[in-house]
Every structure is written in C-alpha cells, then in structure tokens.
Design a protein around this ligand. Structure first.
Ligand SMILES: NC(=O)c1ccc[n+]([C@@H]2O[C@H](COP(=O)([O-])OP(=O)(O)OC[C@H]3O[C@@H](n4cnc5c(N)ncnc54)[C@H](O)[C@@H]3O)[C@@H](O)[C@H]2O)c1
Length: 307
C-alpha cells in the first residue's frame, strides 16, 4: 500500500480522505525533527509538507521510494526542486488555493497602515488621545505597486482595483496583462518606487529576487509608501526597511514573512509600539477556508497521481 508521511498541519477532513486510500503517518511536529525524517523517509512514497520542513538533499538522498511531494501552500524555496527533477520526484504546490487569503491580508493591512491604525491603537491603549497629532489618509485613488504579477499579485490587483486603488505591476516574465478585468499597468521597478503609495511584494524567493528590495530601492521612493511583504523574508532587506522607516522614506510596513522565522530578538527589539507597522507570523495565506482548499487540493492531486 502507498505510504504517505505528513510532517505539518493539514485539514482533518482532508486527512480522513487520504486515510481511506493510503497508509498515512501524520505528525505535525515532525517538521521540527529533521533527523527523524531523514531516518524514516526511505519507507514513504509520498511526503506532504508546508514550508517548515526543509526538503533538502539530506532528506532526499535517503528517500529511495519517494515519488511525490505535496506542498500545502505555494513557494517551493524549502524544497530542492532540482534534486527532485533529477530523481523524477513530482513536486506539487497548491497554486492559487490561498491567493484570496493573501489578497485580503494585503488589502486589510494597506487600509490599516494608511489610516495609521497601529499608531492610534498604540497611543490610545497607553492612555494618550492622539486624535489630532497623528494624520491619516484614505486609500481611494492611491497608487499600489505590485512586484511579482503571478497568481497572488493578480488577485491582489483585483481586490485593490475594486477598492479604488490604481495599480502598477512589475514582472519581467509577463509581456502583457491578458485579463481584461484587471485594469493594471505593467511598469518597471523604478516607476513603481517613484509613484507608489503602497508597494506589495509577491515574488518567489530565488537567487535573483533575494534582497531585491534594499537601501537603493528605498532611496528611490518618492511618496513615503507603505511596504507589504507576504512573499519571503529575504526578498526585502529588513534592516534597510527599518532604517528607511526611521528616515521617513517609508511611512509604514506590514511583514508576514521574515529572514528568520520565528523572528529573533535582534529583529523584534527594533520594533516599538508607536511604529506604524504590523508584524504577523507567516499567516497571510492561512485561514480556516484556505486550509480546507489547500489540503483538499493536495489530497486530490495525490489521489490523481497514484490513479
Ligand atoms: N505568506 C504566506 O502565507 C504566503 C502564501 C502564499 C504564497 N506566498 C509567497 O508568495 C509567492 C508568490 O506566490 P504566487 O502564487 O503568486 O506565485 P506565482 O509563481 O504565481 O507568481 C510569482 C510571479 O513572480 C514573477 N517573478 C519571478 N521572478 C521575478 C523577478 N525577478 N522580478 C519580478 N517578478 C518575478 C513570476 O514571473 C511570477 O509571475 C510564493 O512564491 C510564496 O513565496 C506566501
């Protein structure tokens, strides 16, 4: 019988569907025990992970029976896809299944930060009454720059256009926007830096995109934009971002992803309650609804693969 190892959380009903057809070992804490995975992986045909399990050559060199890796989410930077290709192991992400969840996060954090909600909240719970000292704005007719115009970037554009934003998009791998519903303009990075009031990043983490937003990028920003990163931490230089915030080059930021996860004290000690920022623990793609969609999708793809 086909054997499946699941090392991170999955929706319970989807798991039950897998259990009906396969021999499944499910331990959502196993992602923290690399040595154990290396030891047992040889017995499994399928490995199902989120982003915490580092599926690198240490694991893969022992995975002599592995045929299929299901990724409960998108972003394959925790999987050695080159190794998998050479060994004929199929890697299946849950493309699009959490796009709505991320788009809602981008829209809600844009609204919150442009309205300076974190600062009003911080002041009010301290007993201050910062009604006139903090100035907030409206989102309508502001310019949103989207960097990386794939599945999630496009979904963010859809949500934002419905809420009165104008959208610029940068993606050198896209020649034109075919979807007539999306009234966005393809642009270059410099134009995005110069014109945007909000910049949202939706890139995969690759050698090319690592550190792509850095000191030099912030120095080109004219409108003191809000920066939102839900893609991968290392794509933005976090120290340069905080410096840009203190220099008033950017007026706020929402970070859902970080270079080190969980974040380390060297980073969070730099964040003060009076800053216009939102930090979240890599949850923009994870909602009750998206967990069901992502899990059902990977279960279906696994069943299809073995059929
Ligand atoms: N925080 C979360 O919970 C969460 C959830 C889902 C996805 N993500 C991250 O978001 C990323 C994007 O997801 P997606 O589903 O939209 O992926 P996607 O592959 O559909 O889109 C990525 C886009 O980036 C473009 N791109 C690649 N290199 C580029 C470069 N150098 N400059 C500009 N554009 C470039 C590609 O052409 C593509 O259109 C994922 O790789 C993942 O890391 C995070």
């Amino acid at each position: 019988m086909t054997k499946i190892l699941i090392t991170e959380f999955i929706n319970q009903n989807s798991l039950e569907n897998l259990n009906k057809k396969f021999d499944v070992k499910y331990d959502e804490k196993l992602c923290e025990n690399k040595i154990e995975i290396e030891k047992i992986i040889k017995d499994y045909d399928v490995l199902i992970v989120r982003n915490k399990t580092q599926v690198n050559s240490d694991i893969l060199k022992n995975a002599s029976n592995l045929k299929f890796i299901g990724r409960l989410g998108v972003g394959l930077d925790n999987i050695d896809t080159e190794y998998c290709k050479n060994e004929n192991i199929h890697v299946q992400p849950a493309t699009g299944m959490n796009a709505d969840s991320v788009a809602e996060y981008v829209l809600s954090s844009s609204l919150s930060l442009i309205k300076k909600i974190p600062m009003f909240h911080g002041g009010t719970i301290k007993g201050e009454w910062p009604r006139t000292t903090i100035k907030s704005s409206e989102i309508n007719q502001k310019c949103l720059g989207i960097i990386g115009f794939g599945t999630i970037g496009k979904k963010v554009a859809e949500y934002s256009l419905k809420n009165g934003l104008n959208v610029l998009a940068y993606d050198p791998y896209i020649k034109e926007i075919n979807d007539k519903e999306i009234d966005a303009k393809l642009s270059n990075l410099n134009e995005i830096f110069e014109k945007s009031d909000i910049i949202s990043i939706h890139l995969p983490l690759t050698e090319e995109t690592k550190n792509i937003i850095n000191k030099s990028s912030f120095s080109k920003m004219k409108n003191k934009p809000i920066i939102i990163n839900t893609s991968r931490g290392s794509i933005i230089n976090e120290n340069d971002l905080i410096e840009a915030y203190h220099e008033n080059t950017v007026s706020g930021f929402a970070l859902d992803v970080f270079e080190n996860e969980p974040i380390k004290s060297e980073f969070y000690n730099k964040i003060k309650p009076d800053m216009n920022c939102i930090l979240t623990p890599h949850i923009s793609g994870v909602t009750t609804e998206s967990n069901i969609r992502v899990s059902d999708f990977i279960v279906k793809k696994t069943i299809d693969f073995f059929n």
